[in-house]
Ligand binder design. Sequence first.
Ligand SMILES: *[C@@H]1O[C@H](CO)[C@@H](O)[C@H](O)[C@H]1NC(C)=O
Length: 346
Amino acid sequence: MSMVIAIREASPGGDYSPAKEKASNRGVYGGRSPLLHRRLRLFVGGAKYKLMLFLSLLISLYLLSSKISPFMGWNPHYPSSVSSPSRGGYTVLINTWKTNTLLKQSVAHYASCHGTDGIRIVWSEIDPPSNKLRANLKKVAERAHKENIRFDLNDEVNLNNRFKPIEDLKTDAIFSVDDNVIVPCRTLDFAFSVWQTAPLTMVGFVPRMHWLNEETNGVVHYRYGGWWSVWWMGTYSMVLSKAAFFHKKYLELYTNKMPSSIHNYVSKARNCEDIAMSLLVANATGAPPIWVKGKLYDIGSSGISTLKGQSDRRNKCLNDFVSLYGTMPLVSTNVKAVDATHEWFW
Ligand SMILES: *[C@@H]1O[C@H](CO)[C@@H](O)[C@H](O)[C@H]1NC(C)=O
């Protein structure tokens, strides 16, 4: 009898019924002493309470984060360059080769980005783009209200084509990208705002490194460091032009001022135009590039650069270019640019 009274006291809701009591006794706590039962119930109640407290804390933090800034008077004075990249904007320079499906997809994507002022497609084939492809891209352009989409035709495959100066460019910023690489618009516009703070620097998403390999007879030998080594060490000295911003003046420098031995090397090797561009910018600025945090999407394999023995070729290019320069112009760094509005905990 005393047991019943005790339980009655413990449930302030007053929803006691002998049937319920029996059922719960037969259940999890069946056979245990009444005192233990009571303690457990209290404990479970406490844990639930704590969980609810924690959840409501999270929700109020979330609400606060969206409400507190106007309340505190933290209103941006005018839109930041991230939210209004129309101040200047950029031209997307797409390098394509025999992959029309990818090209259509990537043009449609980049046309939809707010900061895109125009799109130039570097076409390097004997046959010009088909009327069907042109019509398709024209439709895409009209839908996105971006009339400034054009082909730059070259009748030979030469990787130097991708860095030919572009006539009547409206923007200083070039976003150079392979036809199989998609960068989400938000990420792209953020990287553009990073570039605006350092317009002579290359700003991109694919970092690479030159590692010191060995020194024989006073000649320094370097090893081209791919993604794994950069990820492990957090150090890089190049960002690849498969997804990078740079100033349009580097197109002019690459094509008209860079030693022709490097042009010849690139067109013969059918590779390493991106390394050549990285060296060129590093030599001109004496500074490292900037790596921006962001996820890229690979929508298929690009026609050009998926060759066997890639890492040997890259090592060779790097060392051959460095010996052409006579010095190592690349500068390494550990800086990585992230969008602070998405970094909650410092
Ligand atoms: C490197 O930069 C220097 C100084 O700006 C310039 O004189 C030189 O021609 C550049 N080297 C190459 C190989 O472009």
